[in-house]
Design a protein around this ligand. Structure first.
Ligand SMILES: Nc1ncnc2c1ncn2[C@@H]1O[C@H](COP(=O)(O)OP(=O)(O)OP(=O)(O)O)[C@@H](O)[C@H]1O
Ligand SMILES: [Mg+2]
Length: 326
């Protein structure tokens, strides 16, 4: 009998995804535990290559995990195959960063939105799928006059609305939003974020929201996980993470967010030293240590654990464990 979880719609336990590269192992996702409650959003933040997209894809079972478990709605779906997998996949969708490359340029807006419904035989008649596509266009704020246009005829914000409508077409409960606003102008970013938040409220959706930009996730996320080279280095409720960041990497990411307030604009920006080290066969110890100003010799060798610093605020840093700084 599959293990039942409490409120979490999506949960992972010790999730790992390693890729074999020239006979060695690239640790893209390395021992990740997450819990996302129904109707909530987990923001996942980190620099390019830290494993965010891989985590999203493994969760949706688009790629196979190396080890660990994935639970959906209380059921262990790690080993699901065939019709069982197909059924669960329709409840879990993804919205991509670049709406242009993820939309078929030869299909009209209505055809793109209706496609999943037609392929999955959600309706007996194609006309019903197109009727539903028109309703989805209303829901995401796309005027119906765009139905027969092609993606290249629309701007980036409207293209992303097509991506959102398509993701909603099979009535999912969980959506991985993989950098959905990173390719958009700042003014359009806010519109898409607001749309996603409105839809979440109306439909009780659960999101994993991936971004390299911490400032984007503050308002949309219930909880935020900061990743570094495949691992979670800090995880906390969103406001708590911004108010009281403890990991040196999180602090550096936060200090790089531009200040809108002229009074506080002179704050010190912690420049991250050096490059991200290789994720291939990473050494024991803290993966951030080579760039960390607090690092001691122990950091290079000691295994680090995510420690609960109280109230569900977890951080993985040997210099912090056991003591709260405020
Ligand atoms: N199919 C693959 N084969 C080999 N390595 C891969 C594969 N997919 C991803 N990787 C590697 O896994 C690591 C994590 O990649 P991933 O795309 O998940 O990062 P990301 O955090 O989404 O980065 P970005 O912000 O650039 O989108 C990277 O080192 C990447 O090169
Ligand atoms: Mg990515």
């Amino acid at each position: 009998m599959a293990e039942k979880t409490e409120n979490a719609l999506v949960r992972t336990k010790g999730l790992k995804k390693y890729f074999k590269v020239s006979g060695r192992w690239l640790h893209a996702v390395d021992d990740i535990d997450i819990d996302i409650d129904q109707g909530k959003t987990l923001g996942v933040v980190g620099e390019s290559g830290c494993g965010k997209s891989t985590l999203g894809r493994v969760l949706l079972r688009l790629i196979e995990p190396t080890s660990g478990k994935i639970f959906y709605d209380g059921n262990d779906i790690t080993g699901y195959k065939g019709t069982q997998l197909k059924k669960i996949r329709s409840q879990m969708q993804i919205i991509f960063q670049d709406p242009y490359s993820s939309l078929n340029p030869r299909m009209s807006v209505a055809e793109i939105i209706a496609e999943y419904m037609i392929v999955n035989r959600a309706y007996r008649r194609k006309a019903d799928a197109f009727n539903q596509a028109a309703k989805l266009m209303d829901m995401v704020g796309l005027a119906r006059r765009y139905a027969n246009l092609y993606p290249h005829e629309l701007d980036g914000g409207r293209r992303q609305r097509i991506g959102v409508a398509r993701a909603l077409s099979l009535n999912p409960k969980f959506i991985v939003c993989d950098e959905p606003v990173s390719a958009l102008d700042v003014s359009i970013q806010a519109q898409i974020l607001n749309l996603l938040m409105d839809l979440q409220e109306e439909m009780g959706l659960t999101y994993m929201f991936i971004t390299h930009d911490l400032s984007v996730v503050r308002h949309i996320s219930s909880e935020i996980m900061v990743m570094y080279l495949g691992q979670c280095v800090e995880r906390a409720e969103a406001d708590e993470l911004f108010r009281n960041p403890v990991h040196p990497y999180t602090k550096a990411l936060l200090s790089a967010i531009p200040e809108p307030d002229i009074e506080t604009r002179n704050k010190e920006i912690k420049v991250l030293r050096g490059e991200v080290t290789s994720p291939i066969d990473p050494p024991a110890g803290c993966r951030f240590a080579p760039r960390c100003e607090l690092a001691t010799e122990n950091c290079m060798t000691d295994a680090i654990e995510l420690v609960d610093r109280g109230g569900g605020h977890f951080a993985a840093c040997v210099n912090l464990s056991g003591q709260r700084t405020n």
